[in-house]
Design a protein around this ligand. Structure first.
Ligand code: NAP
Length: 170
């Protein structure tokens, strides 16, 4: 799972991430490049709105139960795989022998899958934000910190943030 989260657990507002941290976007790219990325329908269209295309050099996997939307995505983005359930998406990942899949949001997908994830790459943004989508409460006693970077400062917006990597306790 990969997520950037504010101090009050906000992850989104109005279909977007409510901060701009270029280094976080670079980290996200480094981490996920060549691996499949699984996302909800709203996050997929948020990426399309901002980037004009699916995430490049990664197999984009999208969850929706809406047959019409499924058709539209299949028509417009032939390289994108669309699934009606998390289980179907995971079956596809296994069938295609990918070593791992990154779950990249949004709230609905994080809530449904956090308990199934083995690793969490969490960018902590050291401020409260207004938002309409949130990351679920984390049961910290199930996770061990592998790495926490020092706090970094994005000078333009004076935001402090750090990169954290957690692994589920066995
Ligand atoms: N800060 C971050 O790191 C980060 C990362 C990603 C996204 N975000 C933000 O999160 C917000 C979007 O989150 P969201 O919760 O509103 O939407 P979302 O999770 O991206 O998408 C929700 C949709 O996914 C589909 N879906 C969910 N679970 C499914 C399942 N088990 N099977 C089939 N389809 C399923 C449904 O689509 P249908 O309704 O079509 O059936 C559902 O309405 C945006 O603001 C975005 O910018 C933030």
């Amino acid at each position: 799972m990969v997520v950037a989260i504010s101090s009050n657990r906000v992850i989104g507002k109005g279909g977007k991430i409510p901060w701009y941290l270029p280094e976080d976007l670079q980290m996200f790219k480094r981490l996920t490049l060549t691996h499949p990325v699984l996302m909800g329908r709203k996050t997929f269209f948020s990426i399309i709105n901002q980037l004009g295309k699916p995430l490049p050099q990664r197999q984009n996997l999208v969850l929706t139960k809406d047959e019409k939307i499924k058709k539209i995505i299949n028509q417009d983005y032939s390289a994108v795989e669309v699934f009606s359930s998390f289980e179907d998406a995971i079956a596809w990942v296994e069938k295609n022998e990918f070593e791992k899949v990154f779950i990249i949001g949004g709230e609905k997908i994080y809530r449904e899958t956090l308990h199934k994830c083995q690793e969490m790459f969490l960018t902590e943004v050291d401020a409260n934000f207004d938002g309409d989508t949130f990351f679920p409460e984390i049961k910290w006693d199930s996770w061990v910190a592998i790495e926490k970077s020092t706090w970094k400062l994005e000078k333009k917006c004076e935001l402090r943030y750090r990169f954290c990597h957690f692994r589920r306790k066995t």
